[in-house]
Design a protein around this ligand. Structure first.
Ligand code: ZN
Length: 258
């Protein structure tokens, strides 16, 4: 019983074999998933999927890379869709300084507006942070994001940063990179962060875990992430699966819609 807290099965990469992909996930024990939409087309597709499959939930938001394109109408649209009972978070939102399509100031403003929206809607947030940890933590503090809480998605920072985020009411979500042989920091985070504050995800189709690194990722592989965490912590896989499921259900306030 696994909960993949970050999938993009609404991506073009799954256009040809979405049903088979979902079937493989279910066969691998993936009981629930959060489908993340981050622009008009992927949000629309996420909304359709949560109506179609009882075990899928959605997170919707505007991606920092495309912050420059977000109009007021887009934010209003996200707000109206967020009233759907199976939209359980605002995200992914945050900062991405790796790509320079959107200037930092624009990204920061779009990030702040969406944190405020999540607080207004009483929903948790899913944070995308790439090469912007300092500004990201600063904004979370300034906007009092603690009230919303949420997830540091595909966390790649240090155990110290993880602890700082946990203090602000965030869970730390680990993905494929924790399985990479040279991934020192994610392995340290897996070892040091208490299981009660960890989540598992794939971020598929990106970041496939070992031994699929470089290939298309899919939700079934979240099992490899959970197995790696179990190995690092020296505890049974079932314990990791069970606790990360409980953590996700608590954060997203999912009782049993399925
Ligand atoms: Zn993502």
């Amino acid at each position: 019983m696994l909960f993949d807290t970050h999938v993009h099965i609404n991506d073009e990469a799954f256009k040809e074999d979405l049903e088979a992909t979902i079937a493989r996930a279910r066969a691998a024990g993936v009981e629930k998933m959060i489908v993340v939409g981050f622009d008009r087309p992927t949000i629309q597709k996420a909304m359709a999927l949560i109506d179609q499959y009882p075990f899928l939930y959605a997170a919707i938001g505007w991606h920092p890379v495309d912050a420059i394109d977000m109009k007021d109408e887009d934010l209003d649209w996200i707000e109206s869709l967020a009233h759907h009972p199976k939209v359980v978070a605002i995200g992914e939102i945050g900062l991405d300084y790796h790509w320079d399509k959107s200037p930092k100031e624009v990204q920061q403003e779009v990030f702040r507006r969406q944190i405020r929206l999540a607080k207004k809607l009483d929903l948790p947030i899913i944070i995308h942070n790439r090469e912007a940890t300092e500004d990201c933590v600063q904004i979370l503090k300034e906007e009092n994001a603690q009230e919303a809480g949420g997830i540091m998605h595909c966390f790649s920072g240090s155990p110290e940063t993880a602890k700082e985020c946990i203090k602000m009411n965030f869970y730390i979500s680990l993905g494929g990179p924790v399985t990479f042989k040279n991934a020192k920091k994610p392995k340290e985070v897996a070892a040091e962060v208490p299981l009660e504050k960890l989540l598992v995800e794939t971020d598929c189709p990106y970041l496939a875990p070992h031994p699929y690194r470089g290939k298309r990722n899919e939700p079934a592989y979240v099992k490899l992430v959970a197995e790696q965490i179990a190995e690092i912590k020296g505890i049974p896989f079932e314990k990791v699966a069970e606790q990360t499921m409980l953590n996700a259900e608590k954060l997203f306030r999912i009782k049993d819609h399925a």
